[in-house]
Design a protein around this ligand. Sequence first.
Ligand code: FES
Length: 184
Amino acid sequence: MSDTHISDGEHEDPSRRDFIYISTAAAAAVGAGSLAWPLVSQMSAASDTRAAGSIEIDVSKIEEGQQLKVLWRGKPVFVRYRTQKEIDAADAVEIDGLRDPETDEARFRPAFDGKIHKNILVMVGVCTHFGCIPVGEAGDFDGWYCPCHGSHYDTSGRIRKGPAPKNMVIPEYTYISDTVIKVG
Ligand code: FES
């Protein structure tokens, strides 16, 4: 049995075709789509990495403009394949005026070739205010929006407006091949 499954696809807004929720917990699948299953088959974590609290994610199956949501250590991790427009918007921000100043580039880890590839953004999908899960492609900056108390994050996951004090967190991750990242 695969250890990776779709956990709550039936609760997703059906209009959000780019939003796929995968959990590494062992339980029966409750929902699946034709797009999701190939991803699932690629994403079973090896037993040694599970034991260390790590997960491996094949990012090659994510298409531009899509976001994958993966459960890691009980928290959602967003893996978003950003569009060029989103990358440009994040690059254009003056960091001096940010509540939690951080360049877009600083929010990436080197890919397998040692370079920064700013198309694949990996971050813990938890609002830094009181821990709600923000909605993607929403808010005043077309990044993420937390509906709990109205925090707006930009396309880099940086807090731009609302009560959240910090940017969404970049987890510890590394590329273990050209297309597979290990989170944790
Ligand atoms: S938990 Fe997100 S704005 Fe309060």
